[in-house]
Design a binder for this molecule. Structure first.
Ligand code: FDA
Length: 505
């Protein structure tokens, strides 16, 4: 279906006189392009997708969203909802399958209210993690929330897919703490936990964004943290036994969260590419206590007091975002991505420790990549993450996983895209014998269209979707299809990797 932006705009105005024109941007608006790309952290999807949105709507009010849904239904136009715009494949603002679409951008629905007494928060769907963390710290020194490290990630997409962060071994994922939500469904109804029913409430906590409706708010339980936490960020080179340390790291105490990142660096001395391992950690306590745990569990790392810094939890948010802790926490309120690049990410889950030889093989492939940034992040599983049943939420990667791998390549211009994609796919292929299989599991928040797409995105097939769906959700995929069939049988909310209804055999 094709629809002219003026026709769509007219429909919105007829449906909703509540100043809707002021929040609707058509290609005729001078700010259209800047709004279109404003929150995109990844430049790759928009650079390869020729089709631009028919219109961008940045609602101030729920009724604007209801109008957007109503007006999109008749002509069969798709809605791409955008919260923080950090989807790895740009599915919140592009249509790889070239189907006409409008963007509902939730940036103006981003208020957060904290109730410190009950340790809960209502967060509107367009808020960013930075805004959430900032608001919590404004209200309390001993409350926090577990979610991702990048402050410009949006809660709309992030909580829809899981939400892993530096406290995940202690507290699990963001979705493990959602206690209520408000969603606008395909019929424009606003439903809460009670009225949406337990199946839909289960599905939206990890089943991936863009499938079941538009989340306008989440209610979460906040989590207790001490006034002082300790962080470190310790880098080891190959000469400092990075490989042996990483090998040992796979066996450490599941209550300690250390998240190593392997990256390639250009040596300033001889211009050679070398690898380094950076061991990041957040410890919920003081430095002395951390040192005694480290001496027991991971003495080989050689951590000393001087490597560690005590700080408040909100300062640790700045620290892991790569922002100086001396800066005001107000920087967390900026919605502008900290860095933009052409980018591709992929993920895996590891169930058996990888041998030193296997790790060496990874390093060799990383060293092939001379310029640009390549990174391999090891995010520990275990602890609280494994205590929750794999059926408890759609995120199934629970007990039995030691860690999640995140492969990333970033580059500076479109002309390098093919080469970098080939490189990351080759590394992924090498890893097959070291990671989960049948299915080879993946994390939906690290969205990867290489795993499969819904035909042309417009006519999804249940059979095709099973291929990528079981990687993200394992046996939960069937239940997600069942929920989708019940709440959106006509498959109105869809994208290249949304859950299809059963009718799409
Ligand atoms: P975006 O707005 O692009 O939405 C993502 C998907 O959800 C799209 O399909 C979109 O349509 C849908 N959606 C968005 N809002 C919705 C709503 N209100 N209702 C329904 N559907 C909605 N992950 C992690 O677990 N831990 C981490 O530490 C990080 N760190 C990180 C850093 C950086 C730089 C990036 C780019 C990404 C991460 N991520 C991450 C991955 C992140 O969790 C993932 O990309 C999220 O989907 C991003 O959510 P946004 O709302 O920002 O994206």
């Amino acid at each position: 279906a094709w629809i002219n932006h003026d026709v769509y705009l007219k429909c919105l105005q007829c449906q909703n006189s509540n100043s809707i024109s002021k929040v609707a941007y058509t290609p005729k608006n001078s700010s259209f392009s800047s709004i279109f790309l404003s929150s995109e952290q990844n430049l790759r999807p928009a650079s390869t997708s020729a089709l631009k949105p028919t219109l961008i709507l940045a609602p101030f009010h729920e009724s604007h969203i209801q109008a957007a849904i109503y007006c999109a239904k008749k002509p069969g136009i798709q809605i791409r909802v955008r919260s923080g715009g950090h989807d790895y494949e740009g599915l919140s603002c592009t249509s790889p399958s070239n189907h006409p679409f409008v963007i509902v951008d939730l940036r103006n629905l981003s208020s957060i209210s904290i109730d410190a007494e009950s340790s809960t928060a209502w967060i509107q769907g367009g808020a960013t993690l930075g805004e959430l963390y900032h608001k919590i710290a404004e209200n309390s020194k001993t409350l926090a929330f577990v979610a991702g490290v990048c402050p410009t990630v949006g809660v709309g997409g992030h909580f829809s897919g899981g939400g892993y962060g530096m406290m995940s071994r202690k507290f699990g994922l963001a979705v493990d703490h959602i206690i209520d939500a408000k969603i606008i469904d395909v019929n424009g109804r606003i439903l809460d936990r009670q009225s949406m029913g337990k199946d839909l409430f289960w599905a939206i906590r990890g089943g991936g964004g863009g499938t079941f409706g538009i989340i306008i708010a989440w209610k979460v339980n906040l989590l207790p943290v001490p006034e002082i936490v300790t962080v470190f960020n310790l880098t080891k080179t190959s000469e400092q036994n990075a490989t042996q340390l990483l090998h040992k790291w796979q066996y450490i105490d599941p209550n300690l969260l250390i998240r190593p990142i392997i990256s390639n660096v250009n040596s300033s001395q001889n211009g050679k590419i070398t690898l380094q391992a950076t061991f990041n950690s957040l410890f919920l306590g003081g430095v002395e206590e951390l040192l005694s745990v480290m001496n027991r569990s991971f003495p080989e790392l050689g951590l000393v007091k001087e490597d560690c810094t005590e700080m408040s939890w909100i300062e640790s948010i700045l620290f892991f975002a790569g922002i100086a802790t001396s800066e005001s926490a107000d920087v967390l309120l900026s919605r502008t991505p900290l860095g933009r690049a052409y980018f591709k990410g992929k993920s895996d889950f590891v169930k058996q420790p990888i041998s030193e030889n296997g790790l060496q093989g990874i390093w060799e492939r990383m060293l092939e990549e001379a310029d640009g940034l390549v990174e391999l992040e090891f995010s520990p599983c275990g602890g609280r993450l494994s205590e929750i049943s794999e059926y408890g939420t759609p995120f199934p990667h629970r007990a039995g996983n030691i860690y999640m791998l995140h492969y990333a390549a970033a580059w500076g211009s479109n002309s390098e895209t093919e080469e970098k994609l080939t490189w990351i796919r080759r590394l992924y292929s090498y890893m097959a014998s070291y990671v989960s299989s049948c299915p080879r599991e993946a994390y939906v928040n690290y969205r990867d269209l290489d795993l499969g797409v819904n035909n042309d995105g417009n006519h999804p097939s249940y059979k095709v979707a099973t291929i990528w769906g079981t990687k993200y959700f394992k046996n939960n995929f069937e239940r997600l299809v069942h929920v989708k069939t019940k709440v959106d049988p006509s498959n109105f909310f869809r994208n290249e990797q949304s859950i299809p209804p059963l009718s799409s055999w």
